[in-house]
Design a protein around this ligand. Structure first.
Ligand code: NAI
Ligand code: MG
Length: 510
């Protein structure tokens, strides 16, 4: 096996510290220590822009998950975490946010070589939002409050009842995350679990383990006690399944495909674990006839092509009023043709490769299916770098109908399907809502009142009006229908990690 301490010759160079870090076998974080997998197994991590191996990572499975859960249980029940004051917990979370910012450059470089996304994008989006999530959540540690509730139950004469609610951490949480935003998904999951006082076993994606493993080092540097966060690199069918079905895990929080989301629910159903899910999408993006096209065209372009279309909330089904349909499609094609594809570390790269050969085959399979079903394909640019990388040029498919696979299914690549509409009526809303998913949507129009009316009728957890991809740690994010259960971020996410206890006390001696 050819494990390289240096970045492959076909890739731009990495800073020497990172090169050295990648040269060492990366281990699992269990009970505050970096340890190899019990089985001794490792797996290779590749740079999707070159197909070359860049690191070797311990491959955790059931035995490692068992140890990690044990450590998390001890940290929750009797370790320092259970005794730490909310204010100390908040300060620690804030420090983690600061450390992420201090290491922004390095974390962004890891995302670039592991996931393929451009480093500058990873720094501006993934890393910044990850730090924001810890900073925002650090404030909640001291604000998780119960209520005193007047009740009508009859007490004996001369006595009274006093009732309060007490939110309590749910316990040991198993978290499973995907590869499209490796660091950010870890932050979205860890920060709220920690602020509520839970302990965690985090199973990171096999395609992209590097930035979350580096984050694990920063957690220890911040002073997180042993066992509070355990990080398992490994595969879904082994490590992921062991975590989802583990009898001593109180709750599973998952982000990934709807298909695996259903498996998680099944695994968790044996002992009725709490489950929250952030799953797929096929989000409608609607351009009304009065839209400001100088905003809507670049907006629709970014809605689908940001992160190479590998976003659960990608605006992948475009609906445009017939009067402006050709102008909008031509405009998006022109914008998309300017996107510079390349290695994530190369100067000027705006779009990297897809994350893996599996996703490359999958997305190309959808493009072929679209062609077979009679869609008209516009290839935008097509200036794909030579070599082994998993690059796919942006595509727009027109002449599509609602029964086509490319219109119904999540492609998770740079492929937009575009359909004209004639009226802003119930038929348009019904078509926009005609999906098993309900994660996000966009509406573009100068008459914001009318755009709001459309927004109210869309069955989606997030609707952006005259903007897209606006994320904030303070805003709840999650899906209707088969896009998931529960919400990430904002105050709303806290309920994913809390149980509510009602305590009623009889006052008085009679
Ligand atoms: P996936 O859903 O299989 O993987 C996500 C995570 O779940 C990974 O950590 C994986 O190891 C784990 N996992 C897989 N099987 C598991 C099991 N049986 N039990 C427990 N954990 C398991 O997603 P995949 O295969 O990487 O991508 C396939 C498609 O899923 C994509 O093309 C895309 O459509 C969708 N997807 C959606 C994401 C989202 O953010 N909503 C993220 C990633 C993928
Ligand atoms: Mg899978």
């Amino acid at each position: 096996m050819n494990i390289r301490a240096d970045i492959p010759s076909s890739s731009p160079t990495l800073p020497p510290e990172l090169r050295a870090w990648l040269g060492k076998e990366r281990h699992l974080l269990i009970d505050g220590k970096w340890v190899p997998a019990r089985s001794g197994k490792t797996f290779e991590v590749t740079d999707p822009a070159t197909g070359e191996v860049i690191a070797k990572v311990a491959e955790g499975d059931k035995a490692d998950v068992d140890l990690a859960v044990k450590a998390a249980r001890r940290a929750f029940e009797s370790g320092p975490w259970s005794k730490m004051s909310p204010s100390a917990r908040g300060r620690l979370l804030h420090k983690i946010g600061d450390l992420i910012l201090e290491h922004a450059d390095e974390l962004a470089a890891l995302e670039a070589i592991d996931n393929g996304k451009p480093k500058n994008v990873a720094k501006a989006a993934d890393v910044t939002l990850s730090a924001d999530m810890f900073h925002y959540m650090s404030g909640w540690a001291t604000k998780i409050e119960g209520k005193s509730i007047p009740i009508s139950a009859l007490a004996a004469p001369g006595s009274d009842f006093f009732s309060v609610t007490r939110p309590e951490p749910i316990g040991v949480v198993g978290q499973i995350i995907p590869w499209n935003f490796p660091l950010l998904m870890a932050a979205w999951k860890l920060a709220p679990a920690l602020t509520t006082g839970c302990t965690v076993v985090l199973k990171i994606a096999e395609e992209t383990p590097l930035s979350a493993l580096r984050l694990g080092e920063l957690l220890l540097e911040a002073g997180l006690p042993d066992g509070v966060v355990n990080i398992i690199a490994g595969f879904g069918e082994t490590a992921g399944a062991a975590l989802a079905g583990h009898p001593d895990v109180n709750k599973v929080a998952f982000t990934g495909s709807t298909e695996v989301g259903k498996l998680i629910v099944k695994a968790a159903s044996h002992d009725l674990k709490r489950v929250s899910l952030e799953l797929g999408g096929k989000s409608p993006n609607i351009i009304l006839p009065d839209a400001d096209l100088s905003l809507a065209i670049p907006g629709a372009n970014a809605a689908i092509f940001f992160n190479h279309g590998q976003c659960c909330n990608a605006g992948s089904r475009l609906f445009v009023h017939r009067s402006i349909f050709d102008k909008v499609v031509d405009g998006i094609a022109a914008e998309a043709s300017k996107i510079k594809l390349g290695h994530g570390l190369s100067e000027g790269t705006e779009m990297g490769p897809l994350v893996s050969s599996v996703q490359y085959e999958r997305v190309n399979g959808y493009i072929a299916a679209g062609r077979d079903e009679g869609a008209k394909e516009i290839v935008c640019g097509g200036d794909v770098p030579n070599g082994k990388g998993y690059f796919v040029a942006p595509r727009i498919l027109t002449d599509v109908n609602p029964s086509m696979k490319v219109v119904r299914e999540e492609i998770f690549g740079p492929v937009l399907v575009a359909t004209p509409f004639d009226e802003i009526d119930d038929a348009l809303i019904a078509e926009a809502n005609n999906s098993v998913y309900g994660l996000a949507a966009g509406v573009w129009g100068k008459d914001t009142g009318r755009a709001q009316q459309v927004a109210h009728k869309l069955r989606a957890g997030t609707v952006w009006v005259n903007c897209y991809h606006v994320f904030d740690a303070a805003l709840p994010f999650g899906g209707y229908k088969q896009s998931g259960w529960g919400r990430e971020m904002g105050q709303a996410v806290l309920s994913n990690y809390l149980e509510t206890k009602a305590i009623t006390t009889r006052l008085g001696s009679n």
